[in-house]
Design a protein around this ligand. Structure first.
Ligand code: DGL
Length: 268
């Protein structure tokens, strides 16, 4: 098991924030990444559709012989994690629980904000998980649908970013929260601008927290790879690799090689 790769999937390019943190923390691990670029975004779709797509992504990676499945997409984590855990015989980790754990450690006044896609917010997955762990915490959630296209356009700072941030976060800023969970793959790229706007409010990056969760889970199962050489990275996408490569480089800051277009139909 130790020699097998880590499998990560996302609705598209956004999960590269999670890949980046995992490979920073566990550079020796081989990673297979699947971005369902033909069907992105998941954040505006129904629970039924997101679950169906997530099962297809997970099945594709499972068949590649991965040792752990990382559901990098917050929307998929919110809606399909339990189903995937039931279906697969390998460890499965999403981004919600690690983000919640970090937020609970961070908050001092017990008022936590969450931002994410419409589907993530509608699912209440973050709020439910928080209340399960500590019912005294007050949760305020807000969907920020324009943040995803903003990041994909490479608009991470400046006037336009500030205007959109103001539009979505104005009420949260004065709501009394002292901690804000960035509950979407794309939002860590806006961390600087959001941090400046939400002055004094601590931001929880679910990508960073998920990477720590992956290390913990691999270690518990004794699946961590024992070698010093750098692991390989292979990328699969369901649409033409061109746009993934272009936007992916904004996320990773390096040139992406080894991208292959696949059909998830074949994985069934
Ligand atoms: N990956 C999604 C998430 O983290 C954002 C993009 C989408 O809507 O598919 O929720």
């Amino acid at each position: 098991m130790q020699e097998k790769p880590i499998g990560i999937f996302d609705s598209g390019v956004g999960g590269l924030t999670v890949l980046k943190e995992i490979s920073r923390l566990l550079p020796e691990e081989d990673i297979i990444y699947l971005g369902d670029t033909a069907r992105v975004p998941y954040g505006i779709r129904s629970a039924e559709t997101v679950i169906k797509y997530s099962i297809e992504c997970a099945t594709f990676l499972y068949k590649k012989g991965i040792k752990i499945l990382v559901v990098a997409c917050n929307t998929s984590s919110a809606l399909s994690l339990e189903t995937l855990k039931e279906k697969l015989t390998i460890p499965v980790i999403g981004v919600i629980e690690p983000g919640v754990k970090a937020a609970l450690k961070t908050t001092r006044n017990g008022i936590v904000g969450i931002i994410g896609t419409e589907a993530t917010v509608k699912s209440s997955a973050y709020s439910k998980k928080i209340r399960e762990k500590d019912p005294s915490i007050q949760v305020i959630a807000k969907a920020c649908p324009l943040f995803v296209p903003l990041v994909e356009e490479g608009i991470l700072e400046g006037e336009i970013a500030d205007l959109v941030i103001d539009r979505y976060l104005k009420e949260l800023k004065t709501s009394g929260i002292d901690t804000l969970i960035l509950g979407c793959t794309h939002y860590p790229l806006l961390k600087k601008s959001i941090g400046k706007y939400m002055d004094g409010i601590k931001l929880v990056d679910s990508a960073e927290e998920a990477a720590l969760g992956v290390r913990e889970m691999l270690s518990e199962h004794n699946f961590l790879r024992n070698r010093r050489t750098e692991g390989s990275k292979t990328f699969y996408v369901t649409d033409d690799p061109g746009r993934f490569r272009k936007i992916g480089e904004i996320f990773l800051n390096y040139e992406i090689e080894n991208i292959y277009k696949v059909s998830l139909e074949e994985a069934k």
